[in-house]
Design a protein around this ligand. Sequence first.
Ligand code: NAD
Length: 259
Amino acid sequence: MLEQKRIIITGAGSGIGRATSKLAAGYGAHVVCVDLTDGVEETVTEITQAGGTAIAVQADVSDETSVISFVEKCVSEFGGIDGIYANAGVSGGGKSVTELTVEDWHRTLGVNTIGVFLAVKHTVPHFVKQGGGAIVCTASVAALRANAGGVDYSASKAGVVSIVQTTAYQTYGSGVRINAICPGLIETGMTKPTFDLAREKGKEEKIGQINPTKRFGEPSEIGEMACFLLSDRASYVNGQAVPVDGGLSASHPWVFPRK
Ligand SMILES: NC(=O)c1ccc[n+]([C@@H]2O[C@H](COP(=O)([O-])OP(=O)(O)OC[C@H]3O[C@@H](n4cnc5c(N)ncnc54)[C@H](O)[C@@H]3O)[C@@H](O)[C@H]2O)c1
């Protein structure tokens, strides 16, 4: 599906980013795995041991110089760039609206929204020049409705959806496609505290029960959508925010059925 595609994936040291990197390499992509942490080295080791092609870059997606440098790294190592999955993100910690500080907002928006903006800004010129390229961003169901994160996190992800919609039109006719994925509850590093708490209380079986698929999601279930959107198979999908949430965002508030 991604044979010979040169793709950058951020947040590749854990969770959704790691799962997507492994899937993309398995589908034939050459992957630049980017993360703030050295978890990215482990991701690359797993890929190369499985016979795939990947390199690791430790970098901060909210820092413009670092973004320019990992985009250049993709070009110098693999001879060009065909796609980017701007996936790195932080939860913001889930403080209430009255507890949040301006610094908290800067931190959350800096990674989740400005990080995505920088990924778009510094890859679009490459894609326009070569007549095409695919951008995928991780938003969240928190971008769509309340109750999936704090106001800083939710606003930062609504911003990602807006970047996607607006960029789709600003790259009109260029061959660039840009889409967002809105994951529901996925077990990753970010949601570990939620899962740990539920398990500690013996309530693990309750996790994910409010969506009609009746379970939480796996990182690879987001990764499959990311690989599809990065591939030419998604050639007519553009400017969309696609929920991958077991059906969670499809409903109005509802009453949990009693047995
Ligand atoms: N897990 C969920 O339920 C869920 C739901 C909706 C959206 N998301 C989104 O999915 C994306 C991936 O998160 P995850 O769930 O895999 O969590 P995760 O914590 O397992 O992975 C996130 C990765 O991003 C990296 N990162 C954070 N800040 C960075 C920065 N400034 N520069 C580079 N890398 C940075 C982290 O080091 C980490 O490896 C995030 O954007 C998150 O908001 C997750």
